[in-house]
Ligand binder design. Structure first.
Ligand code: HEC
Length: 277
């Protein structure tokens, strides 16, 4: 009886061992990526985010430029009727997004889930749900860990390339920031003229860019993009686990991660951003 039990235990253990061994290729183990600070290897197309983002050669980050970008991000002066800032839709209290299905820009009031139009209203909702800006600095990063900030895809349908170019588009979009104040073609130049009349922006742009005419559409995009690249969330439990911290995920979470890989989710939700853009 005892001998029979031992044999069954032995057979059972062997089956368990074989089952685990056969799944080894798909299972994600901690430390799969190198525990370095700036680069990550990937396993099964997944990996930790780098801790810092690559910047374009002509838009290096400086503290003064980040401060300027932050001020602009929060300033409704960028909108036609001076009633919407970037933060109206990308608010830190809502994870740098909003909490409504479709965004309300011009003629909106309140923030988060209670944001609504003033009455009367002739402005439509935005066409797509607001994306978070967290980690937008890494848009385009692939399973190879390479990220080119100049060609980085932006928006749900990747119709804009680079944060510098994208950051200007909401200013010229009717329902987001422009309203009926300007035509789309005149929006950016009109906003730049406004900024040129404000002494603290004259000083800040001059200190940051040092050009003969520092307040330009291009420099507005550069400052906004420079601030956008500081909105990071690179220290999630998943990132820590992929950098080798075995305690970062619970057993159940690791099972979930393995199920995610085994069922092929990571073929589309791939790379350190879990996205194919
Ligand atoms: C009315 C709300 C609204 C305002 C105001 C707004 N955005 Fe957005 N933002 C959105 C929506 C909606 C999307 C997604 C649009 C799409 O894909 O068509 C988006 C997308 C983005 C993205 C792309 C994110 C990604 O992962 O691809 C960036 C960057 C961005 N916005 C920055 C800004 C900046 C900078 C400003 C201010 C100059 C701004 N937004 C103003 C609603 C807004």
């Amino acid at each position: 009886m005892k001998a029979a039990l031992s044999i069954w235990l032995l057979v059972g253990s062997l089956c368990f061992f074989l089952a685990v061994a056969c799944r080894k290729d798909d299972a994600i183990s901690p430390g799969a990526s190198a525990a370095t600070t700036t680069t990550t290897a990937t396993t099964n197309g997944l990996g930790a985010l780098p801790l810092t983002a690559t910047v374009p050669a002509d838009n290096a980050a400086t503290a003064a430029k980040i401060n300027l970008g932050q001020a602009l991000f929060w300033d409704p002066i960028l909108s036609g009727s001076r009633d919407v800032s970037c933060a109206s839709c990308h608010h830190p209290a809502s994870g740098y997004a909003d909490q409504i299905d479709l965004p309300i820009g011009v003629n909106g009031q309140d923030l988060g889930s209670t944001r609504r139009f003033h009455a009367p209203n002739g402005i439509p909702f935005g066409k797509r749900n607001t994306q978070t800006l967290l980690n937008v600095a890494f848009n385009g990063i692939g399973v190879d860990d390479v990220c080119n900030p100049v060609t980085a895809p932006m928006f749900w349908n990747a119709r804009a390339k680079s944060l510098e170019a994208q950051s200007l588009l909401p200013i010229a979009t009717l329902e987001e920031m422009r309203g009926h104040q300007f035509t789309a073609a005149a929006a950016l130049d009109s906003v730049v003229s406004r900024l040129r009349r404000i002494p603290h922006y004259q000083q800040q742009f001059a200190a940051v860019f040092g050009d003969a005419v520092p307040i330009t559409v291009t420099n507005l995009g550069k400052a906004l993009a420079c601030f956008g690249r500081t909105l990071l969330a690179t220290d999630t439990p998943f990132d820590r686990y992929m950098r080798g911290d075995q305690t970062a995920l619970s057993t159940q979470q690791v099972q979930g991660l393995n199920a995610f890989v085994q069922s092929g989710c990571q073929k589309c939700y791939s790379g350190p951003m879990l996205s194919d853009y």
